[in-house]
Design a protein around this ligand. Structure first.
Ligand code: ADP
Ligand code: MG
Length: 476
């Protein structure tokens, strides 16, 4: 049950079937053995291109699309630079969002297992500073976090970087998009001059080039700009009147029946209106917006990534930093004026060699934007009439395959995914295949179960025990 351990927002898998294996790299036998255990048999193209340089101590600018395995490309070099017997922060990884920082932490932790007792700490906004200060006082070898909070700790002097030897800027383009340029510059000023700097980015805008020129030492550049395999993403445009736009989303969902869809709107108001309409039509739809507190945001993302929510509706800003695997469809509810943004939206489907749909709803007013998209993509957009979106009369309503149950109790109660899986399979007799992703948060645990066992499983868990204790469980 590999599913049980996957993070809240599972990254697209990069597992390659071709490419060189890791044994040619200057890595210790313990590290190589650990990679084997993790199922890392061959390097992804970005790993093959960067690891030899990075393990030789070079500064590096690496550009590759999401899901290509960039984390290991910087985690292995930073671990190689690390002295576990030295109790000081030796590596710092800056990430644009808390979700990404947590994903990186999990991945680095898995890769660090070859060595005993490597301490990794995540420092992000939204968490209590005092708790972080206490954890820092216990010592850490590696810190992963967002620039704002890292800078905060540096100015409080609760974090020191005197012993730092590796600095990683992950998703540098997104960090700049989010306005972290000054914070990053301030952090770098506090890093030792003598260090290795690794910069990773999905795109390579001017801001990133400038930052690299300023803070890096003769960086080697590696670009793998293999575009999203466009054949894997099927794009279709539908012409709509503004009055039909929101209604057309439901038609698309019922016609194509994607399990997970990310719907982009240009404004918050439109997000709100769309979610209300979809819910009224019986879809399980949730909105991701900036006004959610951290716990609410976590709940939305957990439900979407474990396939118990069919549609996530978001603005580009709210969806920034999300990395969700297995999106069957992206819907552009309106056409964004920014063509790069369009490419980004569309590129979220069809990851990891899966096929994906990208639907765009365009009114006459938006045809100019579509023209520019065509120009950039170097091909004409494919148009289909709304009238083709028919649904058979006897069709089942589109329901997500899973339902999320929330167990009130989490890491604080020392619940682990295996405990929940055990309660459902050993105690209640369900098949492992009926249980989906299990996310253990600080105070809550979320488990996805097959829709048809949801009611019984809820009753069973409430009547039974998890980790020897009775628990309260509710359906989200
Ligand atoms: P990126 O940062 O480029 O978006 P990640 O580093 O998050 O991509 O990797 C995506 C997924 O691929 C992760 O789940 C990771 O465990 C997996 N992965 C990375 N490299 C390999 C590899 N060489 N073999 C198998 N799986 C890999
Ligand atoms: Mg990454």
């Amino acid at each position: 049950m590999n599913e049980a351990q996957t993070p809240a927002i599972a990254p697209a898998t990069a597992k390659p079937t071709t490419g060189p294996d890791f044994s040619g790299l200057p890595l210790s036998p313990a590290v190589l053995e650990n990679l084997q255990r993790l199922g890392y048999e061959r390097m992804t193209p970005i790993q093959a291109a960067t690891l030899p340089l990075a393990l030789a101590g070079k500064d590096l600018i690496a550009q590759a699309k999401t899901g290509s395995g960039k984390t290991a490309a910087f985690a292995l070099p930073l671990l190689a630079n690390l002295n576990p017997r030295r109790y000081a922060v030796q590596a710092l990884v800056l990430c644009p969002t808390r979700e990404l920082a947590e994903q990186v932490t999990q991945e680095v932790r898995r890769l660090a297992r070859a060595e005993d007792n490597i301490k990794i700490l995540t420092l992000c906004g939204g968490a209590v500073v005092r708790t972080q200060v206490a954890s820092l006082a216990h010592g850490a070898h590696i810190v992963v976090g967002t620039p704002g909070r890292i800078l905060d700790h540096l100015s409080r002097e609760t974090l020191e970087l005197d012993a730092l030897n590796t600095l990683v800027l992950d998703e540098a383009d997104r960090m700049l998009d989010m306005g972290f340029a000054e914070d990053i510059a301030a952090i770098i000023k506090l890093c030792p001059k003598q260090r290795q700097t690794l910069l990773f980015s999905a795109t390579y805008p001017e801001g990133v080039a400038k930052m690299a020129a300023k803070f890096m030492r003769e960086p080697q550049e590696v670009k793998l700009t293999e575009r999203h395999a466009t054949t894997k993403i099927r794009q279709r445009f539908y012409e709509v009147k503004d009055s039909e736009r929101l209604h057309a989303v439901g038609l698309l969902l019922n016609h194509y029946r994607p399990v997970s869809t990310l719907a982009f709107c240009n404004t918050k108001q439109q997000c709100r209106a769309l979610v209300a309409l979809l819910q009224a039509q019986g879809f399980v739809a949730l909105e991701l917006h900036g006004d959610l507190d951290q716990r609410e945001r976590d709940q939305v993302l957990v439900q979407f990534s474990n396939r118990s929510c069919s549609v996530l509706v978001a603005t580009d800003v709210a969806a920034r930093g999300l990395d969700i695997a297995n999106l069957e469809a992206v819907i552009n509810v309106d056409i964004t004026p920014d063509i790069e943004v369009h490419t980004h939206r569309v590129g979220r489907t069809g990851r990891a060699d899966e096929e994906g749909w990208a639907f765009s709803l365009a009114s006459m007013d938006e045809m100019g934007r579509v023209g520019r998209i065509d120009e950039m993509q170097g091909r004409a957009s494919v148009w289909h009439p709304l009238s083709e979106l028919t649904v058979p009369a006897d069709a089942e309503p589109l329901h997500p395959p899973m339902v999320t149950l929330q167990i009130l109790g989490g890491r604080k109660e020392k619940i682990r995914p295996g405990d929940v899986l055990g309660a459902l399979t050993k105690d209640l007799g369900y098949a492992a295949a009926q249980i989906g992703k299990i996310n253990v948060n600080e105070f809550s645990t979320y488990v996805a179960v097959d829709r048809c066992i949801a009611k019984d499983a809820l009753r069973g868990l409430n009547a039974g025990k998890v980790k020897g204790k009775t628990v309260k469980v509710r359906r989200l």
